[in-house]
Design a protein around this ligand. Sequence first.
Ligand code: ADP
Ligand code: MG
Length: 628
Amino acid sequence: MSLLQIAEPNQSTKPHEHRYGIGIDLGTTRSLVAVVRSSKAQIIEANNPEDTLLPSVVYYPKSGSPIVGHDALQYRSEDSASTIISAKRFMGRSQADIKFSHPYALSGDANAMPTFVTAQGDISPVGVSAQILNTLYQRAISALPEDSIAGAVITVPAYFDEAQRQATKDAATAAGINVLRLLNEPTAAAIAYGLDRASEDSSSAQKTHYYLIYDLGGGTFDVSILKLTDGVFEVLATGGNSALGGDDIDRLIANWLIKQSGHSPSNISSHDKSELARQAKRYKQQLSDHEQVEVEVTINGQSWQGKLSQTDLTAITEPVSRRTLQVCDQVLRDAGLDKSALNEVILVGGSTRMPVIQELVADFFATQPLCRHNPDEVVALGAAQAAHQLVNGSDDSMLLLDVTPLSLGLETMGGLVEVIIPRNTPIPVKKRQVFTTYQDGQTGMVIHVVQGERETVADCRTLGRFELFGIPPMKAGFARIEVTFSIDANGQLTVSAQETTTGTNSQIEISPAYGLSDEQKEQLLLAGFKFAEQDKQARSLIETKVEAEREVLALESALKDFASLLSEAEIEALKQNIQAVKDAISSDDQASIDQAQAELKPGSDAFAVRIMDLSIKSTMAGTKAEDW
Ligand code: ADP
Ligand code: MG
């Protein structure tokens, strides 16, 4: 006879109860949920197979509950204002940030996250994401034993800023989900391939591993380089294009079909165009498993039949392919790595199922990229593994770090930017730099904090400004103002300034990327490269001017204090040369400034020598040098 079991007080009455952590990939176009069961990460399927990779679409009808996923898609053309697609692009963005085109009526304050005006009223992007998350959560709940879900790991793009991450967390909370952690999508992909354990592998002598994640989804392209050391992932660099993806390929194929059938893209109704894009997507996906497909389309009432081959597709997708490789180059440069330093290249995103893209990547990196897992499932699988580790094991080795998306710096003389924290610096980070005063007796200074890749403040974005007062009056160049930039693990930037002789200090807190759209980030980055040469010249002119102005100020001040050391004629000559430098400065001409400065130099050097002699004499006579 077996004995009856009795549980200890306050302990579960189900002794073998297992706790699950689920992984959710909340995608721009498609979302999915996975879980580790019997030691294996698996996608949790939907009743309707078309919803397993759940289209990230929610339709808000006038009455009744919102419709999520595949069934919502059909309302896209008949009620586009109430059918919300790609809500992820709006997460944590203000209306002022939303520069991309979209079919929605938005309402709300320009500086806050907008709401979509739908048949069911105003719905926030967080609300839309919450619907999608809840649909996936309910699916997991019905697939797993009752009350067994401890929480979820939800993935976000590596470049998501604090506002976008917070919006994602808010959506999960609204969906009733306990968020174990937000995880960067590329890191999740690396975890799915078990790469987090690569450095533990004793057979490998290599301590540091580098991975590049190439993620081509529906409407976005992201590249990230991860560095793994002792089981710790660090995002070394990220880059991408928030308006490049499979949808563009669909449009290119649609245009090809229009041209092949003898029509002109400008004469096609928007209805025909969207119908063609839908068909193009289907043909594209079929081509991922076939060398060639038969196509049949109706354009302007005329039907056309033909063939679409891999070779055609290679040519059609060339503009997209080329742009993705440019981004890869840039990200490698940012990370300071050569292609050959990469241990693995990982394919992520539905569009990397295309043989054309797989070959492109293999050729470019001269290595076979990892795509054992379905590229559109790999992020969710990795998230599920991370969730499993967080719930079931104390795997604190999986530390995940972020980087700053844009350079941070401050304004110096002449409107130039001094970069303090270059972009793609891993956070948390703290950096100091010492500055000094520009004028004699200066007692305050403005600390103007900017973000961007250009050399001048006018071309960057202002993050904040504050003033430091109470600098003790000294000769120009004598005060020491230490400015510290520190970014904590949440991306919060604090800038502080301190005058070190007196300890006078002042500081502000800034969220570096708040309110900055991906497009703006891209523009700021692109501008930095496009204008690099021009900026260098502008910088050199400004630096020359600032230096010349400083010299003039110092000389004028010395002339006031030490006129007795010079003859009338010497004073007159110096004054004339100073005036010539001033004129040259206002002419904005580098060569004239250089020349005027060269002419001033002998006189000013001779003057400096006499002042120096006097200083030595007075020091020996017991007068302190600082007194003059
Ligand atoms: P996201 O992460 O942006 O939500 P996904 O990674 O799910 O997007 O990718 C969606 C894209 O993948 C769409 O453009 C879709 O057409 C494309 N896609 C899905 N399956 C295939 C396939 N078998 N062949 C080619 N493209 C595909
Ligand atoms: Mg994705």
